[in-house]
Write a protein that binds this ligand. Sequence first.
Ligand code: 5GP
Length: 178
Amino acid sequence: MSTVKLHDKEFRISIPETEIIKEISRVANEINRDYKGKRPILLGVLNGCFMFAAELLKRLDIECEVSFVKLSSYQGTASTGVIKEVIGLSESLGGRDIIIIEDIVDTGLTMQRMLESLGTREPASIEIASLFLKPARLQVPVNVKYSALTIPDRFIVGYGLDYNGLGRNLPNIYEAID
Ligand code: 5GP
């Protein structure tokens, strides 16, 4: 399938699964090297991370734990706008090495909020592994230590990422046709 239609929008293929897997393997090797002898907890951010998390975890040969969180958005006051709360975390993170698994870092605001929230739990370290990074869109300085693919400022779907609920199951990455 070189194009797909989701709701009202057409998308064309932009990154094939083989290339995604190659870059995930590279990231897995980096994590295996950096966390040798440690026991990190990998914290996936649902829903978008599920495919990336599965492919990454299959390639880790270090001792590690896995957990998943969701971010619930609710409207804050007019001055604070949308606030995201980290929900579903039951593990104690004190003294732990955390690796956040995210689908895509766009403005960086979600990861900034996540780092603030997890930071209050006194972990030993926190790093971010993101499947995609859109550097041109970053609004806040977020350090993404493990980034599989760097992409231009285009809306993408597939490999866990959706357009209004559809497209998460697509094994390749598609970009919106304007
Ligand atoms: P940020 O807070 O970094 O701006 O946004 C991160 C979230 O926005 C991602 O977890 C994802 O849900 C959504 N997002 C950002 N860019 C895209 C994109 O190109 N496609 C899709 N499907 N979601 C995106």
